[in-house]
Design a protein around this ligand. Sequence first.
Ligand code: CTP
Ligand code: CA
Length: 225
Amino acid sequence: IESAFGTGPLSDRRIVVTSGPTHEPIDPVRYIANRSSGAQGAAIARALADLGAEVVFVTGPAEVSPPAGVEVVRVDTAEQMRNAVHEALPADAGIFCAAVADWRVTNASGQKVKKSPDGLPRLEFAENPDILAEISGLGSDRPSLVVGFAAETENVLENATAKRRRKGCDWLVANDVSAGTGIMGGTENKVTLITEDGPEDWPRMGKDAVARRLADRIAMTLSGD
Ligand code: CTP
Ligand code: CA
């Protein structure tokens, strides 16, 4: 599929999309990761590009390949992702699909950690920068539309509504990723879009369909509807 960059309802719009997991090193051969495949983020980036947007796609080490027609920035860690997002600004919208690791290891080893009769290795952690909250809190550089995602396994609506407020983003796309839904790593998604007007339940559909519907909504909002 060719990019529609230059034509379409999002032509002249620059949109930053984060996607995939991040990897936080423990030593040169080990890292902490999560189960994000990057499928929903890649689908959203493609849908935005199809509507003509200039998309900067900041991606961690995802299973899914980045779509054609976007500018790809590859990162490993949360800190690298944060820096890449700041470098990509200014933008009209920021869509934060990435499953950013909440913690990084502060005592990562420069050499491979070996088994030792003296005992087990101990990892120490620091909290990673919250990219979504940081961008939501920017002044004049803040994208006019900031969209976060929340993968929850319980009390989805309650947690996600509180998360939207805490992060300061405009919209929050919430989904239930508990075992049994088949959403994490699957091809379908069932989301609730939370805006200032409250929650909106979308039916379960393919991740591509969620992406197109969200991209249409973004186009409508950025054009001032
Ligand atoms: N996010 C981010 N940077 C982080 C953590 C999260 O940009 N360091 C973004 C994610 O990309 C997502 C949103 O924040 O859009 C919500 O992520 P989530 O992990 O659900 O929220 P947390 O604040 O990390 O809360 P929790 O303790 O539930 O993981
Ligand atoms: Ca988190």
